[in-house]
Design a protein around this ligand. Structure first.
Ligand SMILES: NC(=O)C1=CN([C@@H]2O[C@H](COP(=O)(O)OP(=O)(O)OC[C@H]3O[C@@H](n4cnc5c(N)ncnc54)[C@H](OP(=O)(O)O)[C@@H]3O)[C@@H](O)[C@H]2O)C=CC1
Ligand SMILES: CCCCCCCCCCCCCCCC(=O)[C@@H](N)CO
Length: 325
């Protein structure tokens, strides 16, 4: 039980969490915050230097440094079949037990106009990292968690599989063509798996998707190098948040037991606007809020499309390979 008697749906104390994309940005902050709540943490990303540095920060944030354990594994999530080897290493380190929580944070973004020369190769790269990087990890960990020899019984504490999408998977804007579909794809996989895990009542698993808006991370600096100016202009409507804030709100949503975790007010509006056949956090709240969203979109879409047309009028044809500055 947490504050005011509310149940914590994702206790982490003494449990092992594996986080991909844990060396920078939101993944690093999430790793530190989960360590501060008593979790053992396995950090996964490519660059060993940054992993070493992040590992030190995570250790320093631990609730009980004498008993908690931390390690890192260097791997490229865009490599086909990377996940089984990463998990084997994680399980060996964890005394033969699989991690209890797996959070796929590793991601990248290459914003470009769709007519840009580089858009297609960027789209494939974004799909490889953001979608397949998470899909492969999901498959590897579910094969562990859901196997008959790993049955823990219907009343046992559930395992958690967390994907990281973006509010762009709820509301798409110009300039993110190479990126947005990879995050929509994650949502499709998550809905599928959230139903599929019901086949295994003796192996409880909860699936979640986190939908951040702009995070002031090293990744944001990288993506801003190719971001069309009109995209920068439109996304100003949702203010950026620090990796610490986004991680804290994401973890709070997971602790509340939410399936789709939005981390801002607008994010929650966008979430309730697209629920379709997805599981609800709260049928009453999500439905009531969802009724208002079309009214808001009536105005938002008129304004935004007007902004885009206004841009074209002011700056002319964007050109073939164009950062539209
Ligand atoms: N920044 C933003 O505005 C938003 C980001 N998001 C999403 O949130 C998540 C976190 O974003 P952010 O905080 O910006 O992250 P960053 O881009 O700052 O950090 C990305 C992390 O992922 C790792 N990573 C990147 N590519 C790979 C790869 N191929 N294999 C393994 N690890 C990889 C990086 O380490 P290394 O390079 O060493 O591998 C690093 O640890 C991502 O999924 C992102 O798409 C969602 C909404 C907004
Ligand atoms: C009903 C509610 C209406 C809402 C109005 C919409 C405002 C537009 C917000 C767009 C924000 C885009 C953030 C991109 C984050 C991201 O994923 C990239 N930085 C890639 O990393």
């Amino acid at each position: 039980m947490g504050l005011f008697g509310r149940k914590n749906h994702m206790p982490v104390e003494g449990r092992t969490v594996l986080i991909t994309g844990a060396s920078e940005g939101m993944g690093r902050s999430a790793a530190m915050q989960l360590a501060a709540k008593g979790a053992h943490v396995i950090l996964v990303s490519r660059n060993v230097g940054r992993l070493e540095e992040a590992l030190a920060a995570v250790k320093a944030a631990a609730a009980s440094p004498a008993t908690q354990r931390f390690t890192y594994i260097s791997a490229d999530v865009s490599e086909p079949n990377y996940a089984a080897a990463v998990l084997a290493e994680a399980i060996a380190w964890n005394g033969g037990r699989s991690p209890d929580i797996v959070w796929c944070v590793a991601g990248m973004s290459t914003p470009l106009l769709w007519t840009d020369d580089a858009a297609m190769s960027a789209a494939r790269r974004n799909m490889d990292v953001n979608y397949f990087g998470s899909a492969e990890m999901a498959r590897a960990i579910l094969r562990e968690w859901l196997s008959p020899e790993n049955s823990t019984g219907p009343k046992s504490e559930p395992k958690h599989l967390v994907f990281t999408a973006s509010v762009l998977a709820l509301f798409a804007i110009v300039g993110y063509g190479p990126y947005t579909p990879s995050k929509w794809a994650l949502r499709g996989l998550a809905d599928t798996l959230a139903m599929e895990v019901n086949l295994y009542p003796d192996n409880p698993v909860k699936v979640h998707v986190v939908y951040p808006a702009t995070i002031t991370s090293p990744g944001l600096e990288r993506e801003n190098q190719t971001k069309p100016a009109i995209t920068l202009e439109l996304e100003k409507d949702e203010p950026p948040e620090t990796p610490e804030t986004v991680a804290r709100r994401a973890i709070a949503g997971l602790e509340r037991g939410e399936y789709f975790v939005a981390v801002s007010f607008l994010g929650n509006l966008m979430r309730c606007g697209v629920m379709g056949g997805s599981q609800r956090n709260s049928w009453v709240f999500d439905t009531l809020l969802g009724w208002f969203v079309p009214v808001i979109y009536f105005f938002v879409l008129r304004i935004m499309n007007g902004q885009v047309r206004g841009w074209a009028k002011l700056h002319g044809h964007p050109g073939k390979s164009a950062k539209t500055t």
